[in-house]
Ligand binder design. Structure first.
Ligand code: SF4
Length: 408
């Protein structure tokens, strides 16, 4: 039997986000979109412009900003204008909770400057007294021609819906465990809200759904079900993924499984940054997940072996690091000069055990001398040994070979 790759993409209705330069499509078979969110006070125009620009330049194709009060809403059109002036046309999404309906009504320029509104059915749900909040935001989106993300979240689950499902479950002949009921509430919260938005008058091609949970298995289960029951465009993300490697691993595990099953049209890594840390880390993580899974290419791939007792000198680690950094810093320029450069594969290997073999699979590979090997490093180009490098200029010589390859 054929050894299968990823499942075909789950079919969803495509949603265009933004207009003109910078516009992207989520779903409908479009490439999976990378997005991120700022952590600046949106009322602080300078700080928010700087962070949105940094995220966009790192590769974020959509950036979400918090719109939590009048001062923030008043800043949004200024932020949009400043970004456009410096050539950053990335679509902006407004993140609204509780009073989004009021902020959008009171600040029409904000409603216009944003490409998408994110609302949480748990705190602006469409039930009972909250219906006005939900329907106002949806009507505003319809009027301004904007998209909406309906983002259910485990931490702010629609209480009325959850209570009803818990009651029904308690009365059922075969009650499920509480966690299964909570999963069902997440799925229903997202889907019922989306259907209600359609009823109010927002076309399906302006609705994106998310149902974020902080536990990997719950997240996978909930998204599978959302995809099985609907064809709304899907925003994937593990909420509150956490700090450092824990956050990256948890989010990658959850999103990796779903993407492999064809589920997910846009992704975001909700990583907790170190105080004052670099926010663009979440963009790089998203790009790396999509690239390592073979869904998109953003930067040339540098394969490096982990090193072991055969690499006791630091030459190998330094070369792997230097090549990776050199490629990352060169990319903005290379992208303009060498279209398609992101498909390049480079291998930096520590010794002859796997070095020549792995190097032959790359476009360009170098196999450094391990402990006890002769102090020479064979270079492989397009699978064939091309030359051997030696001596202190090895890293620079290898860079020159890479550049020569790209130019050719
Ligand atoms: Fe160790 Fe050589 Fe394998 Fe690298 S390729 S991990 S140096 S045995």
């Amino acid at each position: 039997p054929e050894i299968a790759g990823p499942a075909p993409r789950h079919g969803t209705v495509g949603v265009r986000i933004g207009e003109g330069e910078g516009a992207v499509t989520i779903g409908g078979g479009a490439p999976i979109v990378v997005q991120s969110m700022t952590n600046t006070d949106t009322a602080d125009v300078d700080a928010t412009v700087a962070q949105v620009a940094a995220l966009a330049r790192a590769g974020s194709e959509i950036v979400r900003i918090t719109v939590d009060r009048d001062e923030a809403a008043a800043s949004v059109p200024k932020i949009r204008e400043r970004l456009d002036r410096v050539g950053v046309h990335v679509p902006l999404v407004g993140d609204f909770h509780y009073i989004g309906h009021k902020l959008l009504s009171d600040h029409p320029a904000c409603a216009e400057a944003l490409a998408k509104y994110r609302i949480n059915p748990g705190n602006v749900g469409f039930k009972e007294k909250k219906d006005l909040q939900f329907s106002t935001i949806v009507e505003m989106a319809a009027r301004h021609g904007k998209a909406v993300r309906i983002g259910a979240n485990w931490g702010s689950l629609d209480e009325a819906l959850l209570t009803r499902l818990m009651d029904e479950n308690a009365r059922s002949e075969r009650p499920r465990d509480a966690r299964a009921v909570m999963r069902e509430a997440m799925v229903q919260s997202a889907l019922l809200s989306a259907d209600r938005a359609v009823e109010i008058g927002l076309p399906k091609d302006r609705i994106v759904l998310s149902a974020k949970v902080s536990a990997v298995q719950d997240l996978i289960a909930v998204y599978r079900e959302v995809a099985r029951r609907s064809d709304y465009a899907i925003h994937l993300g593990l909420t509150e993924a956490g700090m450092g490697t824990k956050g990256v691993v948890a989010a990658s595990a959850a999103m990796g499984v779903l993407l492999q099953e064809g589920i997910g049209d846009t992704i975001r890594y909700s990583l907790t940054p170190e105080p004052g840390g670099d926010r663009t880390v979440e963009v790089k993580a998203a790009q790396e997940l999509l690239q390592t899974m073979g869904f998109r290419t953003f930067v040339p791939l540098v394969a490096a072996c982990p090193g072991c007792g055969r690499t006791t000198s630091t030459v190998f680690q330094e070369l792997a690091r230097d090549i990776q950094n050199w490629i990352a810093t060169s990319m903005p320029e290379w992208r303009k000069t060498y279209p398609g450069v992101e498909t390049l594969n480079v291998a930096v290997m520590g010794c002859i055990v796997n070095g020549p073999g792995e190097s032959k699979h790359a476009d360009i590979g170098i196999s450094l001398p391990g402990t006890g090997e002769s102090p020479s490093a064979p270079v492989f180009i397009d699978g064939k040994k091309a030359l051997t490098l030696r001596g202190a200029t090895l890293a620079k010589d290898f860079e020159a070979i890479v550049i020569d390859y790209i130019e050719r």
